[in-house]
Design a protein around this ligand. Structure first.
Ligand SMILES: [Zn+2]
Length: 331
């Protein structure tokens, strides 16, 4: 594996490659983009290209993938490349102190000491402040690769001191290729790619994703058929569970998007193409206005959840909304 082989992130890889060609390294880079799209892989491959004893120059500056340095980084044994990330849910100040302690030593084998810090959106406030000190006065040999799936969670004081390397959501074609390279069979790879919306990190477990989608689909169908009691029973099971609530809203949004698509461009591919027949039936029972309203409402509820509103309250609103959707679409 080498930098140029990271799939679907041509822009980010070009930026990193230019840094290596020009040999003008900043002290800190912020790899920002959705979860599971290759930020961590790119950070490792960037370090490899930097430390490689016999870098290749054809097709961009890159690691040979064969020398001792490359092998050490691949196996997590290079003394000058340190990988860190959240423990539990957060990166605490003691993690940053460990990082600072490591940086206080000179590198062993290379002019640079690289720290790959994953999950920076989970820095606690004291940890953020400690990290800021390092970014303000980095040791000459420090190279910090900060990775985040939510750049907006980081203060400007941090982001403004890093060179931004933007990563984008992967296309289903890239996702499918990556999954197949990982040994997933073709059918499962195609299905997962279609469902995972551009990031392999979002749905590690396909069956779990499909189960949530099934619930969202059932809820929509029950609402359309005005079975209020069934909807509320389903809803009550999920209330209070933030992650499930988020996942359910996301799937409902995707289903509504597909239903709108069936009204305006019925021949285009759907997110949930495997449910096309069932969704077609539902689409006939819902007006396009009601669907667009529903999409707007779901987006608002997703925002409320993001603002840490009680999932139970959000969910109750969601259920009431589903009922209104059924009433407004009734012939
Ligand atoms: Zn090498």
């Amino acid at each position: 594996m080498a930098l140029q082989e990271v799939l679907g992130q041509e822009h980010a890889i070009r930026l990193l490659s230019n840094v290596l060609v020009q040999a003008r390294l900043a002290h800190a880079y912020l790899f920002a983009g959705p979860a599971g799209v290759g930020k961590h892989l790119a950070a490792q491959q960037f370090a490899k290209a930097l430390y490689c004893a016999t870098p290749s120059l054809s097709g961009g500056y890159d690691a040979c993938d064969a020398c001792t340095a490359c092998h050490k980084i691949d196996t997590g044994n290079h003394p000058d490349v340190i990988e860190m990330g959240p423990e539990g849910n957060t990166i605490r100040i003691d993690h940053i102190r460990t990082l600072q302690h490591r940086l206080s030593y000179k590198p062993y084998e290379n002019p640079h000491m690289t720290i790959i810090l994953d999950g920076c959106e989970r820095l606690t406030l004291p940890a953020t402040n400690a990290l800021l000190k390092t970014l303000e006065e980095p040791p000459a040999h420090a190279l910090l690769l900060l990775l985040t799936s939510n750049k907006t969670a980081l203060p400007l004081t941090i982001t403004s001191r890093c060179q931004l390397i933007p990563f984008r959501a992967l296309t289903p074609v890239h996702l499918r290729t990556i999954l197949e390279q990982q040994g997933v069979d073709a059918e499962t790879a195609a299905m997962t790619a279609m469902l995972s919306q551009g990031g392999l990190g979002e749905y590690g477990d396909l069956s779990e994703a499909l189960a949530v989608r099934q619930r969202a689909h059932t809820l929509l169908a029950e609402a359309v058929h005005d079975r209020a009691t069934a909807v509320f029973t389903q809803a009550r099971k999920l209330a209070g569970k933030r992650e499930q609530c988020e996942a359910l809203l996301l799937w409902t949004a995707l289903l509504c998007r597909d239903l709108v698509m069936l009204h305006v461009a019925p021949n285009r591919p759907l997110y949930n193409d495997d449910l096309r027949a069932e969704l077609n039936q539902l689409a006939h029972q819902l007006s396009i206005d009601a669907l667009l309203d529903a999409s707007g409402c779901i987006a608002q509820l997703q925002q409320y959840l993001g603002m840490n509103l009680n999932p139970q309250l959000v969910f109750e609103r969601f259920v009431i909304y589903l009922q209104q959707l059924a009433t407004s679409s009734a012939p």
